[in-house]
Design a protein around this ligand. Structure first.
Ligand SMILES: Cc1cc2nc3c(=O)[nH]c(=O)nc-3n(C[C@H](O)[C@H](O)[C@H](O)COP(=O)(O)OP(=O)(O)OC[C@H]3O[C@@H](n4cnc5c(N)ncnc54)[C@H](O)[C@@H]3O)c2cc1C
Length: 489
């Protein structure tokens, strides 16, 4: 990347022949998945004007555009053959207005960067749990941030954003101006049709006390404990974050069978008094089989910094194969359906997690309208090592084989019309490699509206869009049968 290329094009451009090309193509991506797609070049704008110049350059040269912010997608959907990749790493703005409580941040800012900046001011923002997730991709999915169950989608805190549209215009978007560009952004994930260059985000006040309780059980307690989590999650205070994750013993607990899947249940409460947090977390003492638990801790002090460290520890650099589902049905039957993803993990670093999302709150309506009280993710991880290629194949196959019975159960549940039948009602674009297990992430009504907005703002499909873009796979559950003729994609 040289200044002369910036002078020549109006923005720094890394060409395939440049030394830094591979770094900007895939080296900037957190996961090391074997993506072979080659871009025509990478624009690395330093200013909003340079982003506009890059979009106009793509238009003049008939190049499609992919956008990268934090580089934490699992399959790098912005890296596309012959496209111009616009990498926003050099836009680095963070400022805070105490009067409006709005932080202005560039899309490549991570939750950790924003929270490091806000801490001394007494505020925070619910960015991604992993410290490196960029606001751009994260908020485009909806954003499952810290205290997700309490706050709802992090994107519900977007007050405004500045967007460069396909025709190279800078547009201010808010809940009052150009509203459809905001509605369509939240839930579009990799399909968005503009470059967000700046966010204005409302920040909650930082609570004085962060407490957490943690329980660790062996595999034989899975059924009773998971069902208890699903049941009790319906009554626990919304101002908590509650999840149950399965992890292999070999990584976390010496002795015993290293391949035993452990179930770790965590509930956090962020409150302004220690006593209030303690009262909220009392329910953890009613978990079944506490006498058999390998570990218990109640109402211990926690912090955002400590939570970021946990994420660093559990998410090594490597290849990631990820899928998820929003679940419904009788809790005992859902527990049975989830047994495979929780108890048959394919590698030492893999895990599955259930987030209890009841009751949920959302301040605004967006394109992503699919959710339920139970959210489950599987992360199959092949950490970088000599064994990675074989392990990566195993992890990818595991995701497909393990989640196929869930899709089959969902088909049966839909056919039977029985509300207690366990099923997944759709999924979240944030936590998945869409091409290995496609699914529905918006209702059909929202999808038709979304496609209409996209086609008005980006009629020639300048932006690269989704990776699996057929009417059978894009925002469609395979078990829904054949899509209607001429379904828009
Ligand atoms: C280890 C790990 C932990 C994660 N934890 C969480 C979590 O806690 N909660 C959660 O919700 N998700 C989580 N994710 C998923 C993550 O939110 C998504 O992958 C998200 O897309 C990453 O955003 P990014 O900007 O870092 O990624 P990028 O790869 O830079 O972007 C992903 C896509 O978003 C779109 N995009 C990015 N920036 C812009 C922009 N400025 N304008 C328009 N479109 C844009 C592009 O289509 C791009 O292809 C995690 C991912 C990893 C790898």
């Amino acid at each position: 990347m040289t200044l002369s290329s910036a002078e020549e094009f109006g923005f720094p451009l890394v060409k395939p022949s440049d030394d830094k090309y591979e770094f900007y193509r895939m080296g900037r991506n957190f996961s090391t998945n074997d993506v072979k797609r080659q871009v025509a070049g990478v624009a690395v704008p330093r200013t909003v004007d340079e982003v506009i110049a890059a979009v106009q350059h793509a238009g003049r040269n008939n190049l499609t555009i992919g956008v990268r912010s934090g580089g934490h997608s699992f399959n790098a959907p912005a890296v596309r053959d012959n496209a111009l990749l616009i990498d926003l790493i050099q836009l680095k703005e963070v400022s805070f207005d105490e009067e409006t409580e709005i932080v202005t941040a560039s899309p490549s800012s991570t939750g950790k960067i924003v929270n490091g900046y806000l801490k001394s001011k007494g505020y925070w923002f619910p960015g991604g749990h992993c410290d490196g997730v960029g606001l751009g991709g994260f908020l485009s999915q909806g954003g499952a941030g810290f205290m997700w169950r309490s706050i709802g989608w992090a994107a519900s805190l977007i007050e405004w954003m500045d967007v460069v549209t396909a025709d190279g215009r800078l547009v201010h978007v808010s809940h009052h101006e150009n509203t459809e560009l905001l509605w369509a952004f939240v839930g579009s994930g990799p399909g968005y049709f503009g470059v967000v260059v700046r966010f204005g985000l409302k920040c909650p006040k930082l609570s004085k006390h962060h407490l957490r309780s943690v329980l660790l059980f062996g595999q034989s307690e899975y059924k009773d404990v998971m069902k208890w989590c699903l049941d009790i999650g319906e009554t626990v205070a919304p101002s908590t974050e509650m999840f149950a994750s399965s992890i292999l013993r070999e990584k976390f607990l010496p002795g015993g069978d290293p391949k035993e899947a452990l179930l770790r249940v965590q509930c956090s409460a962020w409150t302004d008094s220690f006593e209030a947090g303690q009262a909220i977390l009392t329910f953890m003492e009613s978990a079944p089989h506490l006498d058999k638990a390998y570990h218990t801790e109640f109402c211990q002090p926690a912090s955002l910094e400590a939570e970021y460290q946990v994420q660093i520890d559990i998410n090594p650099v490597g290849q990631y194969f990820v899928t998820n589902g929003w679940f419904a049905g009788d809790h005992g039957r859902v527990t049975d359906l989830l047994e495979k993803p929780f108890l048959t993990l394919p590698s030492a670093d893999s895990y599955s997690m259930m987030y209890s999302m009841q009751p949920r709150m959302s301040r605004h309506h967006f394109a992503n309208d699919i959710s339920s009280g139970i959210y489950v993710i599987s992360y199959a991880i092949a950490a970088d090592s000599d064994e990675t290629p074989d392990l990566a194949d195993k992890c990818k196959t595991w995701i497909q084989d393990t989640w196929r019975p869930i899709d089959e159960a969902s088909r049966e549940a839909a056919a039977s019309g029985d509300p207690s039948a366990p099923r997944s009602v759709g999924y979240y674009t944030g936590d998945c490699n869409q091409e290995i297990r496609p699914g529905r992430f918006m209702s059909e009504q929202n999808w038709v509206k979304w496609v209409g907005i996209r086609d008005r703002y980006d009629p020639s499909h300048r932006f690269v869009g989704y990776l699996n873009n057929t009417e059978f796979t894009l925002n469609w559950n395979a078990w829904e049968g054949a899509p209607p003729a001429n379904r828009p994609v």
